[in-house]
Design a protein around this ligand. Sequence first.
Ligand code: ATP
Ligand code: MG
Length: 163
Amino acid sequence: MESVVIQGVELRLTPPDEMRWQWVGRQELKRQLLAAWAVLDEQDHALSPRLVGKPGVGKTTLASAAARALDIPLYVFQATMDTRPEDLLVTPVITDGQKLRYTASPLVSAMIKGGVCVLDEGNRMSERNGPRSRRCSIGGATSSPWSPASRSTRTATSASARR
Ligand SMILES: Nc1ncnc2c1ncn2[C@@H]1O[C@H](COP(=O)(O)OP(=O)(O)OP(=O)(O)O)[C@@H](O)[C@H]1O
Ligand SMILES: [Mg+2]
């Protein structure tokens, strides 16, 4: 597992997901997502769009195909109703030797590596914990001072609309 050292602390990175799906039809949707992620100026941040649609309509596939078009790694965070804000960042684990080991979430790993992060089923998180929360905004997280690579992070939240 790859790790980086930030301010003297070793951080283990989550490996990227190997989804190599093709996006078929409706190319304008892929173009819209790529446009939302476009960074034209050094000071720009990519937008963090929310992909909404019925289950199985292809939201995760779309984000995966767009990441592939940009040729950057894809990280999928599977959100549940129990996902807490801190789960989106770094998880400390006590090892056998009673030491703390820190594991970066897919979002933080994407920030460090300059990849795409899909917050899959983000609608399952409670409003308090979700991407709109002030405590842990996905958009805000991309402005982390840790790494210049964080500027090139692209995020999307997918949400199933059961209508
Ligand atoms: N436009 C498309 N091009 C290629 N494959 C597609 C497309 N739309 C759907 N699929 C296929 O349909 C299946 C479901 O897609 P996917 O998992 O991306 O849906 P989803 O909207 O993320 O579903 P959920 O809401 O359950 O997370 C996958 O096998 C995917 O490859
Ligand atoms: Mg999905």
